[in-house]
Write a protein that binds this ligand. Structure first.
Ligand code: GAR
Length: 211
């Protein structure tokens, strides 16, 4: 079974969907949760993960230099021998140290088409632009901000969604099945090897803090 390290900073609804998929959904027989880690020791998602029976770990990123903090996180995660690092609302830009430690094995879910929107507040962006449709993206993480090769995308119909809460509700419903489904296909070897995104090289220099 593939060992997952799930990283979160907040609510953890994607983590819950992944854990449920491991316990009795599409990831059953394919994956196990090695650890749920947070850079915020008081993240609600960490408590939820413990209640679901997951091993949890945390290290506060507050006031820490990115490289040094990430080097410690790499050590913590490595001790759980993960096959995949699964970012689930982990609101930190990863340093090259981190990305190189788990090269090609870090996944992220982004609540927009990463070719159109990167960074925070993707649902606000879709709502303010009054999009009739947005997309959820699962991608491999490279050294840019939301620039890595796309593994899967799924549309979200926003017609008639007239509040931000409704946009988020529809989007999260897609996030919650798409992440587990994509991981299952990746582990089964059903996804073609992703080709690097053309924008990756230039975007790598435009990193900025999301905190
Ligand atoms: C999700 O909507 C996720 O796609 C988004 O944060 C939310 C976390 O919710 N991630 C990003 O915006 C990354 N740029 P959750 O804690 O309930 O899973």
């Amino acid at each position: 079974k593939a060992r997952l390290a799930i990283l979160l900073s907040g609510r953890g609804s994607n983590m819950v969907a992944l854990v449920k998929a491991v316990h009795g959904g599409v990831l059953r027989e394919l994956a196990e949760v090695a650890v749920v880690f947070s850079n915020k020791p008081d993240a609600p998602g960490l408590e939820t993960a413990a209640a679901l029976g997951c091993v949890t770990a945390s290290l506060t990123s507050q006031g820490r230099k990115r490289q040094e903090f990430d080097a410690e996180v790499v050590d913590i995660l490595t001790s759980y021998q993960p096959d995949y690092i699964v970012l689930a609302g982990y609101m930190r830009i990863l340093s090259p140290t981190f990305i190189r430690a788990f090269a090609g094995r870090i996944l992220n879910i982004h609540p927009a088409d990463t070719h159109q929107h990167q960074g925070l507040h993707a649902y606000e962006w879709a709502f303010e632009k009054q999009l009739e449709e947005t997309k959820i993206t699962v991608h491999l993480v490279d050294e840019g901000l939301d620039t890595g090769p796309v593994l899967a995308q799924h549309p979200v119909d926003l017609q008639g969604a007239d509040t931000l809460a409704e946009v988020e509700r529809r989007g999260l419903a897609v996030e919650h099945f798409l992440y587990a489904d994509t991981l299952a296909r990746l582990i089964r070897g059903e996804l073609p090897s992703p080709t690097p995104e053309p924008a990756a090289a230039s975007a790598a220099v435009s990193q900025s803090s999301s905190e």
